[in-house]
Write a protein that binds this ligand. Structure first.
Ligand code: MN
Length: 139
């Protein structure tokens, strides 16, 4: 017997300082069955990450204070968080920014403006396979 649903909603930590982009992305992901935890800057994200290991971190690059690429690097150099996929949201669809995102440890990137029909499937494509017992693979 299990007390967990067979497919619990994947948890996404969404880090975005622009309220319009935050609402757009969160609405799309929640509509598609994700559980979205919101942070408006990297420091808030780091506080949340002390208590929650999400299935994926989706972060804007251009944030006040610590930027999204530094947040990615911080996560990827943390033993607890290194296996969590990090996907950057970048407004600049330029090769140099893509290389920077990947060099910072991001597993991928999504370019703005956010495509409402593609966001959820793109995010889903970066999720790691779940363990058969439904437990988090994190520590
Ligand atoms: Mn921003």
């Amino acid at each position: 017997m299990t007390t967990q649903p067979e497919h619990p909603a994947p948890r996404i930590l969404l880090v975005e300082d622009n309220p319009i982009n935050m609402k757009l992305a969160a609405d799309i992901l929640e509509h598609d069955g994700f559980h979205v935890v919101r942070a408006t800057d990297a420091e808030q994200a780091r506080v949340i990450l002390q208590g929650v290991i999400p299935d994926l971190i989706l972060t804007d690059i251009d944030l006040p204070g610590m930027d999204g690429l530094t947040l990615a690097w911080v996560c990827k150099t943390n033993e607890r968080l290194r296996d969590v996929p990090v996907v950057a949201i970048t407004a600049f669809a330029m090769a140099a920014d893509e290389r920077k995102a990947l060099a910072s440890g991001c597993d991928g990137y999504i370019t703005k403006p956010i495509q409402t029909r593609e966001l959820a499937s793109k995010v889903r494509s970066y999720l790691r396979p779940r363990r058969a017992d439904g437990q988090d693979t994190g520590h």
